[in-house]
Design a protein around this ligand. Sequence first.
Ligand SMILES: *Cc1c(COP(=O)(O)O)cnc(C)c1O
Length: 340
Amino acid sequence: MEKKNIDWSNLDFGYIETDKRYVSTWKDGAWDEGRLIGDSMITMSECACVLQYAQTIFEGIKAYETVDGRIVTFRPDLNAERFASSAERMEMPVFPRDRFVDSIKKVVKANAAYVPPYGTGATLYVRPYMFGINPVIGVKPATEFQYRVFTTPVGPYFKGGAKPITIRVSDFDRAAPHGTGHIKAGLNYAMSLHAIVDAHNQGYDENMYLDPQTRTKVEETGGANFLFVTKDNKIVTPKSNSILPSVTRRSLMHVAEHYLGLEVEEREVYLDEVKDFAECGLCGTAAVISPVGKVVDHGKEICFPSGMEEMGPTITKLRETLTGIQMGTIEAPDGWIVEI
Ligand SMILES: *Cc1c(COP(=O)(O)O)cnc(C)c1O
């Protein structure tokens, strides 16, 4: 496979059009057989449900080359499952889980020339999504949907080392109690745009969102789950039904327990106890885990002992182990690595 002539190591996390995408349509109560197409543009009614009422969900997964030159993805079955629960919550038809995984394979294979070579740190980001496309003016779910998958090569998340970031405790909420925080719906991101722009304007990298009901417990950021390390080296992650269940976070918890022999705990985490942790990281597909050096709560600074210069030792170990599993240098649990 001749790779495209791209400066892989200097790619950003941005959109670059690749050759093929997958599309399948739901109409008259059934999905069509689906196909790969070349056209990256979508034409739809001005009154399409997605445009008026934001009926849209998505997933994010990456494909990459392993040390021995295979092209693989990481745990796509979990994305398929999460996509199905997002669809159900949004009154959309479920795209069959096996077809979801198959469509990812098809699109990655068709764009194999865009899969960054091993060792560049870059990956091919895969974006499955679904939206209501027929005209809807009275508020109700669409009756026609498109399921699509496109890919875009993205650069290494950390260029020249992962510097710890500073986050603030947000006065905005990302999810309502009993709302849609636990699914990957575009509307959750629409909600977060003002909060993140405001955080950046105030000099912070990210928002720490609290539970919307009592505003005393840690939930997550706009796009990543928290993972804390206690001073006696236990791994703690917040539990809440409005947190999006991150595949990366669940994988890191498994790695902590079964590869590193650490005690792990998923439980409610109060903002008051954040000051007692030794390390803090943010988990998501794009960065795997990014270190947090400081949390600012309305002017009060909580500085983790790991500091602002480098990642703490336990988060470093977690990150190295999981990326080793992904890249094929450390043996993976059964079913985690899916070959294209
Ligand atoms: C996608 C997402 C994450 C990260 O999930 P991964 O499956 O690890 O990529 C975390 N929080 C939110 C709100 C998300 O949308």
